[in-house]
Design a protein around this ligand. Structure first.
Ligand SMILES: Cc1cc2nc3c(=O)[nH]c(=O)nc-3n(C[C@H](O)[C@H](O)[C@H](O)COP(=O)(O)O)c2cc1C
Ligand code: SF4
Length: 442
């Protein structure tokens, strides 16, 4: 078969996945305000399972209400959510696809605060520099409670019959806020040296292992390099963790019981390098950013800025410059994945721009990574793995990396918003709205 390397099973310590393509973490605000899930999420996940991916890694699933980034994402903070997640897992399993839940806590990085906890928690008391989301520095008691919440989340995922969990240790959320030398300004045993900054996540890993045992799949998504200084418009400061520091963290994670690593980049989200785009879609951004106006100290100012022609042009220029050339989007994190893979004994999954079978098969064949995860290319072409199986190198209408899906998701249903991929606007809207079929109430 063409692209053989893609269709070899991947054997982890506690999980076997039928091929090397994982649906990366991505979802819209498809669920209910109270953290309960509904049929729309099941429809969403089923699209990718049907399309042939070996495993789905869920989007951000909060382990605690205070760690939610936006209302409308299903949570895992209570046993009452177990039956819903069991239904998601069963729907995906029908297509011989595995389901890994991303256990998450947003810390200070949140799109819409919600009414329950207007202020976030973090390693630091400083608001995030881009949107100005306010936060409080966590006390030791709050740290211990949060560690326990991650462990409870893992237990619930296991009880729901899911195939594993992933710690969201990347992209600026709470675990990054502890790990990052650019963000963590604590003076206690959770701040300062790399060892101290890694203490929080290592406590989380050990607590999960104590709760679920050693025979349940646990992986971690990590930002191998942080590029915290990517946008001088918002923040001038240190760049954050280096690759060498992340390699050390990965080694500690494996020693503590992590079975795989998922390599990403960037100390905030979205970041010019993640998901790396061909262009910042300023017009779409200006339209949807109104949803966030009340969320942070800088959001109203940003809204005005994005709406002014000069401000929009400047933001676009800054963003695109930091993102790097569009020709380098596919496999953007592969160098970092390769370095991490050489340093650890567990499989490494790489995210970032993959959508060409020969590129993916080459990366796996060379041993740069063991698998790839895809988000936008699968949003554009849910059946991309089947396209590869037929021997085609790329989809007929590939993802253009325009990032319109990304900037729309805070306000609108998640789907592909790149009009030029569709014969008409109606066809585009129909594709986006297909996630509501079958409907939640029948
Ligand atoms: C709309 C959208 C939502 C995302 N949500 C998450 C998320 O909840 N958790 C996460 O770890 N990454 C998230 N990501 C990042 C993706 O999982 C992926 O790692 C990144 O987009 C790079 O892969 P790609 O080039 O295949 O899109 C999101 C990306 C997009 C576009
Ligand atoms: S809107 Fe469509 S084409 Fe653009 S990045 Fe998203 S999935 Fe790709």
């Amino acid at each position: 078969m063409a692209f053989d390397a893609i269709f070899q099973p991947l054997v982890f310590k506690n999980l076997t996945v039928k091929n090397r393509i994982f649906r990366s973490n991505v979802s819209g605000r498809f669920d209910n305000y109270d953290g309960s899930g509904n049929q729309t999420r099941i429809n969403w996940e089923r699209k990718f399972a049907k399309g042939g991916v070996g495993a789905i890694i869920s989007s951000f699933v909060p382990v605690h209400l205070r760690g939610r980034i936006v209302p409308g994402y299903a949570m895992i903070d209570h046993d009452r959510h177990i039956p819903f997640w069991r239904a998601v897992g069963e729907a995906v399993h029908e297509h011989d696809c595995k389901f890994i839940m991303q256990l998450s806590h947003g810390g200070r990085q949140r799109d819409i605060n919600g009414i329950e906890h207007p202020v976030g928690l973090s390693s630091t008391g400083k608001a995030d520099p881009i949107h100005g989301f306010k936060c409080e520095a966590m006390t030791t008691v709050q740290i211990k409670e949060t560690v326990a919440a991650f462990a409870e989340g893992a237990r619930r995922a296991r009880e729901a019959g899911l195939d594993g969990v992933e710690l969201h240790g990347a992209n600026g959320y709470l675990i990054t806020q502890f790990l990052s030398s650019a963000i963590n300004d604590r003076k206690d045993e959770y701040g300062g040296s790399l060892e101290n900054r890694a203490r929080f996540v290592l406590e989380v890993v050990r607590a999960i292992r104590a709760k679920v045992g050693t025979d349940f799949h646990l992986q971690m998504k990590i930002s191998a390099r942080e590029f915290d200084d990517a946008l001088a418009l918002f923040h001038i400061g240190p760049s954050g963790n280096t690759l060498a520091e992340s390699v050390q963290v990965c080694k500690w994670l494996v020693e503590a019981g992590v079975d795989a690593l998922h390599v990403s980049t960037g100390s905030f989200f979205p970041h010019p390098r993640n998901p790396a785009g061909s262009d910042l879609p300023v017009e779409d951004l200006a339209k949807s950013y109104d949803t966030m106006i009340s969320s942070g100290e800088r959001t109203f100012m940003n809204f005005l800025f994005f709406h002014s022609p000069a401000g929009g042009a400047f933001a676009r220029q800054q963003w695109n410059q930091a993102a790097g050339p569009a020709s380098e989007i596919e496999g953007k994190n592969l160098g970092e994945a390769k370095t991490i893979k050489a340093a650890v004994t567990v499989p490494v999954i790489c995210t970032g721009g993959f959508q060409t079978a020969s590129v993916i098969a080459g990366a796996i064949g060379r041993g740069d990574c063991d698998a790839v995860s895809m988000a936008r290319p699968l949003i554009a072409n849910n059946d991309l793995v089947e396209v590869f199986r037929r021997g085609q190198d790329r989809a007929d209408q590939p993802c253009t990396y325009c990032n319109k899906c990304l900037v729309n998701v805070v306000e609108n249903p998640l789907g592909c918003y790149e009009l030029k991929r569709f014969p008409s606007r109606e066809a585009m809207v129909a594709q986006i709205m297909s996630v509501y079929d079958p409907p939640a109430f029948r």
